[in-house]
Design a protein around this ligand. Structure first.
Ligand code: FES
Length: 105
């Protein structure tokens, strides 16, 4: 598995998210308290991009039906979401943010 450079740290402020491409796979990258986290970009309930949702208190609220996930663990926190999100390993080297490629997981 490979680490893929996806962003520079300054591209995201705290409690912001963006979708990044990790070897052809859509991943939502988040910044919380100056740490970076990554999950699948697509909600597990229906078709909505979580990077367009609302980030608060370590959770992301889906923009379509307001389901919430814990960003650190991917855990589905409230209806209508019942299936956890897949999370992805992130590392920071200087200003560069890397996500471990989900290929082959
Ligand atoms: Fe995300 Fe329904 S699509 S809660």
């Amino acid at each position: 598995m490979d680490w893929i450079k996806v962003a520079s740290a300054q591209e995201l402020s705290n409690d912001e998210a963006k979708t990044v491409d990790v070897a052809g796979y859509g991943v939502a990258l988040y910044r919380i308290d100056d740490e970076f986290f990554a999950t699948d970009s697509m909600c597990t309930h229906a078709t909505a991009l979580l990077s367009e949702g609302y980030v608060e208190d370590g959770c992301v609220e889906c923009p379509l039906h307001q389901g919430r996930f814990d960003i650190r663990t991917g855990k589905a926190m409230c209806a209508p979401v019942t299936v956890d999100l897949r999370t992805h390993a992130v590392k920071r080297e200087g200003d560069h943010i890397y996500v471990l490629s989900p290929a082959g997981k």
